[in-house]
Ligand binder design. Structure first.
Ligand code: M6R
Length: 368
């Protein structure tokens, strides 16, 4: 059942193009985005004036990405919060609030309790979930299923890419209901999304050098991850994967925060992974990241740079360069996450750890 792979996780990483393609399937009917089980009218969606995304772990990181897309497309404020914090701080909720609960398993207790709390306050609840018939979708007003297929590895990979995809669909559906995007713009976004599975497949073919790098840095005492904009949640996700799988100290930062503290951690030989935006679609942030990379390299750290193919400006400052296919700015996490998953998996393998069952962790966390 592992299909010739050593671990389920290896197989699930390879299944990511299909996970994204399956999640997109059937969500565009020629004139607009359609969600799965929608017990909310277009009118209900139109009056939404605030969105909260609540989730845990990797699902939370998918929500952080969603914030950039939903705010950009829908012009409504989006807050993203770990479910265990949301519920206990008395958030301001009402009928016009949409709470998006994201969960692979659909059984995570923290997320479920957060959504129950939201419902008691009359907020509308939409679930993004990979497991049919699980509790979180059962208790929601609307559901968008991630069609990633069963995920066995405790560390989430293909479900994460599925969540990102489903979250984009939620954002586009909201933009459609609110009229903040024209129908043809929405059709174009969907069209761009349908091209992503091929870009992920291409990315997967480029990973052998990353596997080699993982061997080399598997004895490092820590690894830092930096990113900006949608690259920031990707950095957080890369760090989480490394902690879970390789039991290594890892931290993700917003690159702009570097000079506000974390730069003190930079030392000779420390591997630092930098998720760089596109110089074409995001020249302003690209130039800021470039100066971070130079600073880090100048202090003797080992710069591992994830960049868009053809980005010549970063090459001189990258001790190791990972060039990935060009995709629209908001969709980059669907591509840039892949090398970070491989990096964590290969470091864990080099250390002889079980990729499917990291110590102390359970696939679904059903207690608060
Ligand atoms: O099933 P869920 O998506 O609700 O699970 C949430 C987290 O427990 C989960 O993402 C966890 O962080 C993973 N082990 C990450 O790889």
């Amino acid at each position: 059942e592992k299909g010739g792979f050593e671990f389920f996780m290896d197989k699930e990483i390879e299944e990511q193009p299909a996970a994204v393609a399956q999640t997109l399937l059937g969500h565009f009917d020629g004139s607009g985005i359609v969600l799965d089980e929608l017990r909310l009218s277009e009118d209900d969606l139109r009056t939404i004036d605030k969105v909260f995304v609540v989730a845990c772990g990797t699902a939370y990181h998918s929500g952080l990405v969603a914030k950039y897309a939903i705010e950009h497309w829908c012009r409504i404020p989006v807050e993203v919060e770990v479910a265990s914090e949301f519920r206990y701080r008395d958030p301001v909720l009402n009928r016009d609030t949409l709470v998006v609960a994201v969960s692979q398993s659909g059984e995570t207790a923290d997320t479920l309790e957060a959504l129950r709390h939201a419902r008691r306050q009359k907020a509308r609840v939409l679930a993004v979930c990979n497991t049919n018939g699980s509790q979180i979708p059962r208790e929601s007003d609307a559901v968008v299923y991630i069609h990633a297929g069963p995920e066995i590895g405790v560390a989430s990979t293909k479900a994460f890419l599925g969540m990102l995809t489903a979250n984009y669909l939620v954002g586009l559906a909201l933009a459609q209901a609110r009229g903040t995007k024209y129908r043809d713009e929405i059709a174009r976004e969907y069209e761009e999304l349908t091209k992503i599975p091929d870009a992920i497949a291409t990315t997967l073919t480029l990973m052998d050098p990353v596997r080699k790098l993982a061997q080399e840095i598997s004895t490092a005492k820590a690894i830092l991850f930096l990113g900006r904009h949608v690259g920031y949640p990707v950095a957080l996700e890369g760090a989480l994967k490394l902690k879970e799988l390789a039991y290594m100290h890892a931290e993700g930062f917003a690159a702009g925060e570097l000079k506000h503290g974390p730069i003190a951690l930079i030392e000779e030989g420390l591997p630092v992974v930098i998720v760089t935006p596109s110089p074409v679609t995001d020249p302003l942030l690209h130039s800021k990241l470039l100066s971070n990379i130079r600073e880090i390299q100048a202090r003797g750290a080992r710069t591992i740079v994830i960049a868009e193919e053809g980005d010549e400006t970063v090459a001189p400052f990258a001790d190791f360069l990972i060039e990935l296919p060009k995709v629209p700015k908001l969709y980059q996490p669907l591509i840039t996450t892949v090398p970070l998953q491989i990096l964590a998996a290969e470091i864990a393998r080099a250390k002889g750890f079980d990729l499917d069952k990291p110590r102390n962790l359970a696939k679904s966390v059903t207690v608060e």
